[in-house]
Design a protein around this ligand. Structure first.
Ligand SMILES: [Zn+2]
Length: 116
């Protein structure tokens, strides 16, 4: 499953971070997930929580997910807007479909709390 491998790579990088920072444990991690990333948030959180006991410093890490809506800029009128749908968005001002995706595909770590 897609979400499991993403959760694993997050756990691995958190584990490396904990080693590097000589942390006793990671207590909290906040991530942003774009609505267009294709990641099912519930499955991702489930996988993270199921796998974290395998990592000595991550057993109590709390995962907080912030979902980021898709955001486009209209190349015709410069309007920026957010959309809920992923299908054929059009500019909310001039109805152009000449759009550039600004955000919505990301998976990024916002911050990590560790105990040293
Ligand atoms: Zn427009």
């Amino acid at each position: 499953m897609h979400e499991t491998s993403i959760a694993l790579s997050l756990l691995n990088s958190l584990s490396e971070l904990a080693e590097k920072e000589r942390a006793k444990e990671v207590t909290k991690v906040r991530v942003r997930i774009g609505k267009l990333s294709g990641i099912v948030v519930d499955s991702f959180v489930f996988a993270f929580n199921a796998l974290k006991p395998d990592y000595p410093k991550l057993g109590r890490a709390e995962l907080l997910v912030e979902e980021v809506p898709s955001r486009y800029r209209c190349l015709d009128c410069g309007n920026e807007f957010e959309v809920e749908t992923i299908y054929f968005p059009e500019c909310t001002r001039c109805r152009s479909v000449n759009l550039k995706l600004i955000s919505g595909e990301e998976l990024e770590v916002v911050d990590v709390e560790i105990e040293v």
